[in-house]
Design a protein around this ligand. Sequence first.
Ligand SMILES: [Zn+2]
Ligand SMILES: [Zn+2]
Length: 240
Amino acid sequence: MLDKFLDSLLTLAYPQACQVCESSVEKSADGVACHFCWKKTNIFSGAETLCAKCGAFLQAKPTSFQTFCHRCDEHFYDSASAVGIYEHALAVSVLHLKREPLVARKLRKLFVARFQHSDFQDATLIVPVPLSKKRFLERSFNQAAVLSKILAKQTKINLDEQSLVRKIHTPMHRAGMDGKARELSVENAFEVKRPKFIEGAKVLLVDDVFTSGATVSNCAKVLKKNGADKVYVFTLARTL
Ligand SMILES: [Zn+2]
Ligand SMILES: [Zn+2]
């Protein structure tokens, strides 16, 4: 009875419709999706089989040996990891973060916990995937930098928002743009401005979502060209 009363008070205080199913979100910690939609979302637990390089979801059951998807063979980063699959609650949370620089408590916890269970503990520098100047002016914040700050605060690993820049403004991914077209659109789009900060670093490259991997691979390419020892990719979500 009391719980019901408190819940309805919360609903009043927090009248947010779930951006997936439109039922009401009863806890502000859940952000823009309801409890039910969070439950449906595939958050990686460590028990599934993921590509040992790019982190692609391969099967729900674990395997005792390293498995690769081979779509990522040519990618320049060492390995990539994400909180879960870009679907339901995670998808709407990623979209919301492109509009507002806020990360709900549940998402923040999942992000930090996933990092803490990753093989990236020897990272020495956190670098967000940069936006172009034009996009930064349109949006006024970089969602990858928002995520990077959360990790830097929790882990005390240095954050570097200056060394890697996006020198070419690429249009938002258009519908029908396949992996190859995406790869070409971000090729040579990135540049290292301060190589002395990158040289010898084990870089944790942070972005909101991993799709084809073309963006992070091109970032990794210039980071390695400038002496990065390792490039790990860490994102909130990844597409199937
Ligand atoms: Zn929902
Ligand atoms: Zn892979």
